[in-house]
Design a protein around this ligand. Sequence first.
Ligand code: SDX
Length: 431
Amino acid sequence: MTENNKSATLNLNGESYELPIFSPTVGPDVIDIRKLYAAAGVFTYDPGFTSTASCDSTITYIDGEKGELLHRGYPIDQLAGKSHFLEVCYLLLYGVLPTAEDLENFETTITRHTMVHEQMINFFRGFRRDAHPMAIIVGVVGAMSAFYHDSTDINDPRQREVASHRLIAKMPTIAAMAYKYTIGQPFVYPRNDLDYASNFLRMCFAVPCEEYEVNPILSRAMDRIFTLHADHEQNASTSTVRLASSSGANPFACIAAGIACLWGPAHGGANQACLEMLKEIGTVDRIPEFIDRAKDKDDPFRLMGFGHRVYKNFDPRATVMKQSADEVLDLLGVENNPLLQVAKELERVALSDPYFAEKKLFPNVDFYSGIILEAMGFPTSMFTPIFALSRTVGWISQWKEMIGDPQNKIGRPRQLYLGETQRDYIDIENR
Ligand code: SDX
């Protein structure tokens, strides 16, 4: 950040305080309040962090008004169109697009770390078969610190890099194993002759009884979905990973915390909730009923897949995802998918309704992803695990950035206390 000798003046209780202002390379200035409490004896108040920068970062930038998303400066639509997920992983981790040699070395490293410790299979067997795959993944990823002791010392840069590679490499295997376990099919081992997305599709859909041919169109769509979910500034799950990491916890435990946070329907669980909502709507003629419910203050129902804390015009990922939905469903011969028809009509009706325009509610990344994933053969319970698999590189990149920051300190927010002032204990006979 650049010290620009600008400052904000706070006048409080007859005193005035100069608060430094820092300017970013792009985006809003920030007011540095780190010394505010020591100087003025007051906290700031911002539940949900709607106006609070928790850190500085060089990884991802979002312009909510313009609908822009940059990863290390590269626009998401260019990366989705011209790059592929493992190259985007390299970009997020190391800050630059790799040379052909660096990319080959990175892809070889990731490919050769896709197997999990064989003992982990017993860990899976402890779950009920009807467990949600996210419940399994949270447990298994957290347990990785019990299997990979040689990459838990966060003060060793090499161990940090090994842990990063292991998590990126093994998340598809763990997610596929969680899926296979819930449907009672045998686990499928990864193969080193397949690319990342093809490996994941095969581990999910292959069975020992026959050869599995990866459909290149589906693996390209899968890879694009991974790319579109890779990182997204300081969203709830990334902030969870950063806060957990600030205590010095090992990377596997911190990523498990991020997975747990992502699971919520307001965040990464929205893709599952969105598809279930589209199924509940069922037909285009029922859309007005749900639009009315979404607008009704007394009804907790919200249009899943709509709205965003930062994007107030459109989510650029949704734009790319919508194009992908058309391509994939057309190629699968399900272009007349009733859910897609409902989704497109719901988007049209919602965007023409003043309520949504006033509140700047637009389809987000989760609105179309579920339609593609269902057409590819995934159950809705696998939608958030696929989001978690994709976001692991973002969590890890942000984790590495934070751990490597000499200013890194444990996160410990304060509060506005509205409880009782001190009072004496009352013995039970006197209550
Ligand atoms: C992701 O942060 C990220 O970057 C997240 C993410 C990522 O990549 O990491 O982009 C991924 O989580 C995308 C969002 C997925 N969630 C959903 O689709 C769930 C539905 N959306 C809402 O829950 C909501 O829009 C949020 C949680 C996404 C954003 O909530 P905010 O920013 O806290 O906004 P808000 O709840 O304060 O809503 C503002 C107003 C409210 O009305 P008023 O109280 O002002 O009258 O808009 C209304 C809300 O009631 N509103 C909606 C709505 N979303 C907000 N009304 C109907 N349907 C909706 N979906």
